[in-house]
Write a protein of this length. Structure first.
Length: 278
């Protein structure tokens, strides 16, 4: 009946079928409710497993394994279940902090290429409230496959926090070509300099007050703050670290990345002509 609404009135169609308008509307409503009930559990499961970060686009892709359903329909089901993605309108707020005054240039030059053979790490830190105090999270991202290569959690924003994240990288440090970060003082330390010299890793720093020079790292922290932190409460540093370990595993193995053609990082890695250490 809906397919011909633009050609005939509902009353005319009902007369042709020999049914009342009330019965026709009742059947449409009943059919819609049955369809919503049929997919509601699947959609609800996907939303929960995605840390409530997936919208209709990613849910549609996640459902495509044997199920054909439109984004409009998924949005209707989500609305009926009061399911809303955590994502909101993007905002950027600048903060005045001490800057690294080193003369190191920006060798990355915003070349955020996916699938490059070069092993490039981009790094950044963010703050997360633990009980009544601010703790810090350092994340290292492999630029070529968008994998979280290492991370660390601590009470102080120092170079030791960065070194702890570096120690988690599974691949040999000698295989790294470039380490890029912003000009935070935690990246200006002799400890890091000795490490980079020892393993022949080129250093790269964003220009002062140019956040887009480290856009990929900024983007992952947008995801972390929205998907992982928002709505959660952490009472201890250990609780935060344990929870983020589970999130990092999901991010690397399950999350659908738009920059990787809506594939999980592990699946994208398998399709490359060369493989990274996972």
């Amino acid at each position: 009946m809906k397919a011909n609404q633009h050609r005939y009135t509902v009353a005319a169609l009902c007369r042709c079928l020999g049914i009342s308008r009330h019965y026709a509307y009742y059947q449409c409503k009943t059919t819609t409710q049955k369809l919503i009930a049929h997919y509601a559990d699947k959609i609800l499961t996907i939303v929960k497993r995605s840390y409530q970060s997936y919208g209709s686009r990613r849910i549609c892709i996640a459902l495509q394994a044997g199920i054909s359903v439109s984004r409009r329909y998924i949005a209707r089901v989500m609305k009926s279940l009061s399911l809303v993605s955590k994502y909101t309108i993007k905002r950027y707020r600048g903060y005045q902090t001490a800057n690294n005054s080193a003369v190191t240039a920006n060798h990355l030059q915003r070349q955020f290429d996916v699938g490059s053979k070069q092993q490039i790490i981009v790094a950044d830190l963010t703050y997360i409230r633990v009980n009544l105090c601010w703790n810090y999270l350092c994340v290292l991202l492999n630029l070529s496959n968008r994998q979280i290569a290492g991370y660390s959690v601590g009470q102080h924003k120092t170079a030791d926090l960065v070194m702890s994240a570096l120690s988690q990288i599974k691949q040999p440090l000698l295989s790294l070509h470039l380490f890029h970060s912003d000009r935070g003082k935690e990246f200006d330390n002799q400890l890091l300099d000795k490490c980079f010299d020892r393993f022949n890793i080129q250093r790269s720093l964003s220009k002062k007050e140019y956040p887009y020079d480290n856009a990929v790292a900024e983007a992952i922290f947008k995801s972390i703050k929205t998907e992982f932190v928002k709505g959660e409460k952490f009472m201890t540093n250990g609780e935060l670290e344990q929870a983020f370990a589970a999130y990092a595993y999901w991010y690397n193995h399950k999350r659908l990345h738009s920059s990787l053609g809506y594939l999980p990082e592990v699946e994208f890695n398998k399709r490359l002509p060369f493989n990274f250490v996972v």
